[in-house]
Ligand binder design. Structure first.
Ligand SMILES: NC(=O)c1ccc[n+]([C@@H]2O[C@H](COP(=O)([O-])OP(=O)(O)OC[C@H]3O[C@@H](n4cnc5c(N)ncnc54)[C@H](OP(=O)(O)O)[C@@H]3O)[C@@H](O)[C@H]2O)c1
Length: 265
């Protein structure tokens, strides 16, 4: 039987919370992917034991992404760093023939437009996925569908205390999708009262920041004599890994930039 070609992957931000999980995920899926290299901010700060672990597993640990991308032979950059590096790294990837799968936040509209133009110029796929949790993506899609039939809708999103932004990007995205699909404009009563939530695209969003939550969201619909609740809960970061794998598979067949996994499933 002919051997399937494995996609060759480099993970940036490899020692962060997401990056560590991504490294394990790609190594565990070595039938489909070859994890070639892992990028850290500063190799000098990395424990010798950690360096040895990567060496033993055949993954090059580096703090020079440019040199690694320049060498050639890579297919996918999985970008899980921070707002100060995500744009630079993604641009470098595209200019070196490597498809970015971007999970890190912090890209501006201008950055996204530039990456879009670069993807088109090189006919290379790029995926920007603000949320890799497939359950959350399905929640958004189901909510958009429900809004065609239900009259009223509100969102409650709950996150851990360390989350700086509120409402969450997922809640705002859900509100946008609902408003685009809704059969009628949401007539949210008494919406000007602060306790009625913050309106986004006409949808009240209520944000909770509490210990005990990772990330969860309920979209509650009201209709004549009935309610419908669509609810998603992230229990831990492993929830993001199937979405990363899916994006890494899909990006190989794209020749343009796609924003949001909801446009791929
Ligand atoms: N799309 C999604 O579903 C999703 C889900 C969760 C999180 N995120 C996003 O994913 C990113 C990572 O999240 P996290 O929770 O893993 O954060 P984290 O634990 O802070 O990890 C970020 C890692 O990136 C490293 N880094 C920063 N700049 C770098 C560079 N130029 N080269 C190589 N490594 C660099 C950091 O190193 P230092 O510690 O040395 O700075 C750190 O190890 C964030 O932007 C977060 O918002 C996305």
């Amino acid at each position: 039987m002919p051997q399937l070609q494995k996609a060759r992957v480099i993970v940036a931000g490899a020692l962060g919370k997401m990056g560590k999980s991504a490294v394990e995920t790609f190594l565990a899926n070595s039938d489909r992917f070859e994890l070639v290299a892992a990028v850290v901010r500063d190799l000098g700060n990395v424990d010798e034991k950690v360096k040895q672990e990567f060496k033993d597993r055949g993954v090059k640990l580096t703090d020079n992404i440019e040199a690694e991308l320049h060498k050639g032979g890579l297919d996918i950059l999985v970008e899980l760093t921070t707002p100060d590096s995500v744009f630079h790294n993604s641009k470098l990837a595209l200019n070196n023939g490597v498809r970015p799968v971007i999970g890190a936040t912090g890209l501006s509209d201008d950055d996204i437009n530039e990456l879009n133009a670069l993807s088109q110029k090189h006919s290379l796929g790029t995926i920007i996925a603000p949320n890799f949790a497939l359950g959350a993506i399905l929640m958004m899609k189901f909510a958009a569908q429900a809004s065609k039939y239900m009259d009223r809708y509100e969102i409650i999103e709950k996150h851990h205390e360390a989350k700086i932004d509120s409402p969450s990007g997922t809640a705002i995205k859900t509100a946008k999708l609902i408003s685009q699909n809704a059969k009628a404009k949401n007539q949210s009563p008494h919406a000007s009262e602060i306790s009625r939530g913050e309106l986004h695209y006409g949808v009240p969003i209520h944000s909770l920041r509490l210990q005990g939550y990772v990330a969860s969201q309920e979209v509650i619909f009201g209709g004549q004599g009935q309610t419908l609740t669509i609810s998603h809960e992230t229990i831990d970061r492993s929830s993001f890994m199937p979405g990363i794998l899916l994006a890494a598979e899909k990006v190989m067949d794209l020749d343009r930039l796609v924003y949001g996994l909801e446009n791929l499933i």
